[in-house]
Write a protein that binds this ligand. Structure first.
Ligand SMILES: Cc1cc2nc3c(=O)[nH]c(=O)nc-3n(C[C@H](O)[C@H](O)[C@H](O)COP(=O)(O)OP(=O)(O)OC[C@H]3O[C@@H](n4cnc5c(N)ncnc54)[C@H](O)[C@@H]3O)c2cc1C
Ligand code: SF4
Length: 463
């Protein structure tokens, strides 16, 4: 079948000036005509290498072909058979470095917009009248899931479908993990997440919030008097790293996790109607250049900052944020200070941030990560006047569960150790997956780990 169009069908987007003042979704999604037009660009390759680029091996040409032929229900069934969170992944997965990077059409033209099509199908499914998804939870063994991020949610759904009574314990007051408290509404509307969580509740999964396993309830209690036969740990990597530079304890310095949680979970953008404020001045500098940093700086603009700045010690070539996020941030007026390394946060006499002292960098030889090592340029120090500094330089797993639970092995980065190629931890009947094992990674990898773990828990309980 010949390629009908050279260019990817563009995603309709809201105007950058209007959207940078509210939390409405930036991408508006394809209509049916867009979707079918785009789906027809797929060649249905004999060797569909796009599938190799997908961490959960979605049968991409099958669902894309069903879109082209107008069989949306069929497309939704194919998608869900391998990806339990398509509406989320269609919005936040880095397709440009996964399936779309492999797509054969991309050799000569722009690749098929697999991610946009995934989102279209998932949104179509959400708009249909609800279907009965109830299953019989008639197995004797109960399973506990710790953490309600993508790893925990997917693991719970798969186990419920296998007939196990499942309870998710979540430390925060609402489920979803980073999908709720980290990724802002303008990229992932909360009603999309709520719909996915509702499907789990309809399956019979119980979700108990405001419970910290390791503190409110111990692992021994879960597996002892509470009678859970197996446990899945999906506690993520929510502990922020700091730079250790002078001035980090001044008023007006946040970690990106705290900043985003205040807005996304505690609704600080609606203060004083909501209880929690976020103190944002005129000029906000965000340190780092990953997805979290882009989400933070764009959120800062939406909660009142006039100037949002990314400060990063390497260049745009080494940033880890998605291309789309970077592009949207540029459109919304974010300033980028590449090759700039903060060395001190400066404060005024009342203890509030007044500036960020930085040094200019140049790129040297590649370091252990394979990326060019940034080297300070002597005598190039300067001060940026800023009112807030937000650190977005990485996260580690929270050590609480490890500190309070016997028999769980961790590595030097604080990640849970699992047996080679499986999700089994060093403690019997305890499994783990997602960021708690890999360190900060991606939604689809966490979801995939939850799915694999569910199968392994099933085998463990059956043996
Ligand atoms: C701001 C931000 C933007 C991101 N953007 C993207 C993106 O665009 N695309 C992408 O693919 N990935 C993105 N990521 C990464 C992605 O969100 C994570 O890799 C993914 O959410 C990890 O899933 P998880 O289930 O392992 O953990 P999490 O989502 O972190 O969920 C863990 C849950 O466990 C709970 N918990 C922790 N300890 C306990 C305990 N002791 N008891 C009970 N509950 C506990 C936590 O409260 C949390 O709700 C982003 C991350 C951040 C922070
Ligand atoms: S590689 Fe591209 S063209 Fe080929 S099947 Fe996959 S999406 Fe279609």
């Amino acid at each position: 079948m010949p390629v009908k169009r050279v260019d990817k069908t563009p995603m309709p987007e809201r105007d950058a000036v209007l959207r940078s003042h509210d939390f409405g979704e930036v991408n508006e999604g394809y209509g049916i005509a867009h979707a079918q037009f785009e789906a027809e660009r797929c060649l249905r390759c004999q060797d569909p290498i796009c599938i190799d680029g997908c961490p959960v091996r979605v049968p991409i040409p099958d669902f894309v072909h069903k879109v082209a032929s107008g069989d949306m229900r069929g497309a939704a069934e194919v998608l869900r058979s391998s990806n339990p969170l398509p509406a989320v992944c269609g919005r936040v997965c880095p397709q440009e470095v996964q399936c779309e990077e492999q797509c054969s059409v991309g050799i000569r033209f722009k690749p098929v917009a697999i991610g946009y099509l995934e989102r279209f199908v998932a949104d179509w499914e959400m708009a249909q009248p609800p279907i009965d998804v109830t299953v019989k939870l008639d197995r004797a063994e109960k399973v506990a899931i710790i953490g309600s991020g993508p790893a925990g949610l997917v693991c719970a759904g798969e186990l419920a479908r296998l007939g196990y009574p499942v309870t998710i314990f979540e430390a925060l007051h609402a489920p979803g993990g980073v999908l709720r408290y980290g990724i802002p509404e303008f990229r992932l509307p909360k009603d999309v997440l709520d719909w996915e969580i509702d499907q789990l509740r309809k399956l019979g999964v119980e979700i108990v919030c405001n419970v910290i396993i390791g503190k409110t309830i111990t692992m021994d209690e879960l597996m002892g008097e509470m009678g859970f036969s197996a446990v899945f740990i999906g506690t993520g990597a929510g502990l922020p790293s700091f730079m250790g530079i002078p001035g980090e304890n001044l008023n007006g310095v946040y970690s990106a996790n705290e900043f985003l949680t205040r807005v996304n979970l505690m609704r600080a953008n609606d203060f004083p109607n909501a209880d929690t404020p976020v103190m944002v001045g005129r000029r906000v500098a965000v340190i780092g250049a990953g997805n979290t940093a882009m989400d933070t700086v764009r959120t800062a603009l939406r909660v009142g900052a006039e100037q949002g700045m990314i400060v990063y010690r390497r260049s745009d070539q080494e940033m880890t944020a998605r291309v789309e996020e970077h592009h949207h941030a540029i459109e919304e007026g974010v300033e980028f200070h590449w090759l700039t390394n903060p060395i001190e946060v400066l404060g005024d006499e009342d203890g509030w941030v007044s500036g960020l002292k930085c040094v200019r960098m140049e790129l040297g030889e590649p370091d252990a990560s394979g990326r060019a090592r940034p080297v300070p340029i002597e005598g190039s120090e300067f001060v940026m006047p800023v009112d807030n500094v937000v650190l977005s330089i990485g996260n580690k797993p929270n050590p609480l569960l490890l500190q309070t639970t016997k028999g769980l092995e961790s590595n030097k980065w604080g990640c849970l150790v699992v047996h080679d190629g499986s999700s089994e931890t060093s403690r019997e009947h305890v499994f783990a997956g997602g960021d708690a094992v890999t360190g900060a990674a991606t939604v689809i990898l966490a979801a995939g780990a939850g799915k694999t773990a569910a199968q392994e828990i099933h085998e463990d309980l059956r043996s």
